[in-house]
Design a protein around this ligand. Structure first.
Ligand code: SF4
Ligand code: SF4
Length: 476
């Protein structure tokens, strides 16, 4: 029995992300790397689909045994299907403002980047952006903005959320707004919760304290504890769906992977539920940022294996990959565990309503997958996935523990699958190109045949409603 040094129940960053425990885990994994019996035992444990500890998952990640790696891939695919089926949820980032007081050395929005054009959208400009997003077919957004106490105060974020939820353009609607803002206090998190946000997303960037402090030399984000303990404050403030992640490439991936799983263990130990989502962004080129300056960038094969091992270690967390990744890489990771992707994204402020600015120099990073949302939907359908615009759970109060229970016993499928088909039908009726519509309707018909009679009846009835203009937004 391994005795962990760290304390997942502690509220202190250095105790639940215990540096010594990360190092010991790395040492332990190195020593047992070729212990096939141990690796097989871990895989056996993982087959119960209840997750793995950080040490167990790290051993799988580090293994170079071809047979073990084949089994990891197979199991990740199985868990993906058992928990998420063939559905992929779509969202788009919306950049509200790139004013920022922080000095993150890997981000072009850092305060001392004087040639970055600074923009902050007015409520009218937000309306134009959201209308453009609605016209693409999006229903779910992730709000992004830099940290700036006077330019981007919380009131601005709250007003913007209210604006977004109230824009009704043709058949469009944004039904879920997730928010990615800087670490803040409990009171502010409670206000975000009251504003009706879906998930609160905050990437740790790197869990390695020393590395964190050197990469964030200035600004309030320099405070490692403030960042690392943010999700605790968010959950105490009433937000029960939180999304975590690291920016792979800032420190060694083995360190980040281990610490990320310790963060999951901490949230489970203190709040009874793990993160709602885990994001796996990788460092990308951007204005003034050369990823080659960062020695810890990871290649595609390692990236793919990280996704597979996270899928096995935390089956109940949705996993997100953005347009930072290419079509080819996204194809590989979609099978292995990713359940949400962005599509048709712009990473600049005002990029959706002004698509003519192709080389917008206010972009946070270069998008690698530049396809339109419709092209992405078509590609997903062609590859056997069901694109979903579902936003049902938080609107039905299936959040936090209630959601996790349904997810852990795999009964969330009964909601996800009908909702996916209905939200896809809305997309096909209102926004799709003819070829996407044709393929999508064929896929929907095939999928309805696999539903229970009761679910099939519900879906068929409302598909007719959508097609005949009797209504939209049907969900369980
Ligand atoms: Fe600001 Fe976020 Fe960029 Fe850091 S990563 S400079 S906090 S926008
Ligand atoms: Fe997500 Fe819930 Fe919709 Fe399933 S039913 S896709 S879990 S919002």
């Amino acid at each position: 029995m391994v005795k962990f040094k760290y304390n997942p129940q502690s509220n202190v960053a250095d105790e639940f992300i215990c540096h010594d425990e990360v190092l010991e885990s790395l040492q332990f994994a190195k020593e047992h790397l070729h212990d096939e019996e141990m690796l097989q035992n871990i895989l056996y444990t993982a087959q119960a689909e209840k997750g793995l500890s950080h040490r167990e998952a790290l051993l799988l990640l580090m293994s170079d045994n071809l047979e073990i790696n084949r089994q990891i891939e197979d199991l990740a695919k199985k868990i993906k299907l058992d928990f998420y089926g063939n559905r992929i949820v779509l969202f788009a980032p919306l950049y509200l403002s790139n004013y920022c007081v922080n000095g993150c050395t890997y981000c072009p929005y850092h305060a001392i980047n004087k040639h970055m054009p600074r923009k902050k959208m007015t409520q009218e400009e937000i309306c134009a952006e959201v209308t453009a997003l609605q016209d693409m077919g999006h229903k779910r957004l992730a709000l992004e903005l830099g940290e700036h106490p006077t330019m981007n105060p919380l009131d601005y974020v709250l007003e913007s959320i209210d604006t977004i939820y109230n824009i009704k353009h043709k058949n469009g609607a944004i039904r879920r707004v997730n928010v990615n803002i800087a670490a803040t206090d409990e009171e502010s998190y409670a206000k975000l919760k009251n504003a009706g946000i879906g998930t609160y997303i905050l990437f740790q960037e790197t869990y390695n304290r020393q590395r964190y402090e050197s990469l964030h030399p200035t600004g309030p984000k320099h405070d490692y504890n403030r960042q690392t303990e943010a999700m605790d404050r968010a959950m105490r403030g009433g937000i029960d769906d939180v999304g975590i992640g690291v920016l792979f490439g800032l420190s060694t991936y083995l360190y980040e992977f281990t610490a990320l799983l310790m963060h999951v263990e901490h949230l489970k130990a203190v709040f009874g539920v793990g993160p709602h989502t885990i994001s796996v962004p990788r460092l990308r080129p951007a204005d003034g940022i050369n990823p080659e300056l960062f020695a810890d960038c990871i290649n595609d094969d390692i990236f793919v294996k990280i996704v597979a091992c996270l899928r096995i270690a935390v089956p109940t967390a949705g996993m997100i990959v953005s347009t930072r990744e290419s079509k080819e890489t996204r194809e590989r990771v979609l099978q292995l565990g990713i359940s949400q992707i962005s599509g048709g994204s712009k990473t600049s402020v005002g990029g959706y309503s002004h698509p003519e600015n192709k080389d917008d120099d206010s972009a946070q990073f270069d998008v690698c997958d530049n396809r339109s949302l419709d092209e992405i939907i078509y590609w997903l359908l062609q590859n056997g996935h069901i694109p979903s615009f579902c936003t049902a759970c938080y609107r039905k109060h299936r959040t936090g523990e209630a959601f996790m229970k349904l997810c852990a016993n795999k009964s969330i499928h009964h909601f996800c699958q009908p909702n996916a088909l209905l939200s896809l039908q809305e997309y096909l009726t209102d926004y799709a190109t003819p070829r996407t519509k044709e393929l999508g309707e064929k896929v929907i018909a095939e999928e309805i045949a696999k539903l229970s009679p009761e679910s099939a009846k519900f879906v068929l009835q409302h598909i007719e409603d959508i097609k005949n203009g009797r209504g939209r937004d049907f969900y369980l």
